[in-house]
Design a binder for this molecule. Structure first.
Ligand code: NAD
Ligand code: IPM
Ligand code: MN
Length: 352
């Protein structure tokens, strides 16, 4: 029987609440599909600063590297907002992405049928099968470029190498080949030199994928097009910062940021799976967070890292079914059962 070693980075704010639900669902899937999971916990973010003084202890990196995959809740919160520059919880998150070489972040924005009316976008604009895959470059660009501060000035640098753009472009083209063979590369090539290199490199990689229809879009236009006509998109590939922003926007088309899962991949089997949202300090501890983004991240883990596609599909199907009648407050609509974070986890388990 397959046994998987999973490291849990519960993090801060709602992190522990949502990861606990995801673990419950993973255990249920393990029972049903005949595999076992062994968990280990490690500190990341504000909780790590409190316990050790730094947001990413060496032990955390070692534990993650020794596991089959990692599940992350979220990090950060007002308590640590005035930490000096690089000793913030968020620096720990960037650090673990860097340390594990997780250069490809897959953020699917999928509409679950019952949620169509919960989205602020009109039904006819969303259509029946909106399914956008945002491929965000995750270990380069302005997040990792040179930065500095003087008394009355500060700077951050957006820098990309051809090799970095090539490898993320290949991930996106490969995904497009398995989907509807349409790729939109999003940049700001009308202004940024780094974007001109990005575009040139994507055009070069495209020669290896003659079947994929490639188009380029400026990021400001893309932000608008996502709301005007999301159905035009299949796969979007973009830089670290543009992908961060566009994926939060795309989450609302799907109804709530509490719905969007993500996979951070390195090219090897080890991946880090996390919701795209943050630690939601405004609702932390209230038991009302939506755990589905984290539960759906577990489904992505089963698919991309653990080779258990049936279990992944079963979780996604269970989520869709549960949403027909049950909602956490962020996606609540009249006539539905309003449920807590924990109840949502229980319902998905029961459905499984
Ligand atoms: P956020 O995503 O935490 O919250 C934005 C809004 O969405 C809030 O109103 C929150 O209540 C709501 N929300 C988020 N997740 C939800 C869920 N699962 N269910 C219901 N509602 C949900 O973004 P923010 O407020 O800008 O950031 C808060 C903290 O989280 C900051 O410290 C930030 O740096 C950090 N952050 C961490 C990550 C991460 O760990 N991956 C991602 C984004 C932000
Ligand atoms: C995300 C978050 C992080 C990012 C922050 C917390 C560093 O917003 O995962 O989307 O910008 O990548
Ligand atoms: Mn973000």
């Amino acid at each position: 029987m397959a046994n998987y070693k999973i490291t849990l980075l519960k993090g801060d704010g709602i992190g522990p609440e949502i990861v606990n639900q995801a673990v419950k669902v993973l255990d249920k899937a393990a029972d049903k599909f005949g595999f076992t999971v062994e968990y280990d916990e490690a500190l990341l973010g504000g909780c790590a600063i409190d316990a050790t003084g730094v947001p990413l202890p060496e032990e955390t990196i070692a534990k993650c590297k020794a596991s089959d995959s990692v599940i992350l809740g979220a990090v950060g919160g007002p308590k640590w907002d005035n930490q000096p520059g690089n000793n913030r919880p968020e620096a720990g998150l960037l650090g673990i992405r860097g340390a594990l070489g997780l250069f490809a972040n897959l953020r699917p924005s999928v509409i679950f049928g019952p949620l169509k009316s919960a989205s602020p976008i009109k039904d006819e604009i969303i259509g029946d099968d909106m399914d956008i895959m945002i491929v965000r470059e995750l270990t380069g660009g302005i997040y990792f470029g040179e930065r500095g501060r003087e008394e009355d000035a500060a700077w951050d640098t957006e820098k990309y190498s051809v090799a970095e753009v090539e490898r993320i472009a290949r991930v996106a083209f490969d995904l497009a080949m398995k989907r509807n063979k349409k790729l939109t590369s999003v940049d700001k090539a009308n202004v940024l030199e780094s974007s001109r290199l990005w575009r040139q490199t994507v055009v070069n990689v495209a020669k290896d994928y003659p079947e994929v229809e490639l188009n380029h879009m400026y990021v400001d236009n893309c932000a608008m097009q996502l709301v005007r006509n999301p159905k035009q998109f299949d796969v979007i590939v973009t830089s670290n910062i543009f992908g961060d922003i566009l994926s939060d926007e795309a989450s609302m088309i799907a109804g709530s940021i509490g719905m969007l899962a993500s996979a951070s991949l390195s090219g090897g089997k080890l991946g880090l799976y996390e919701p795209i949202h943050g630690s939601a300090p405004d609702i932390a501890g209230k038991g009302i967070a939506n755990p589905l983004a984290t539960i759906l991240s577990v489904a992505m883990m089963l698919r991309y890292s653990l080779a258990q596609p049936e279990a992944a599909q079963a979780i996604e199907t269970a989520v869709a079914k549960v949403l027909e009648t049950n909602r956490t407050p962020d996606i609540y609509e009249e006539g539905m059962n309003k449920v807590s974070c924990e109840q949502m986890g229980d319902l998905v388990c029961a459905q499984l």
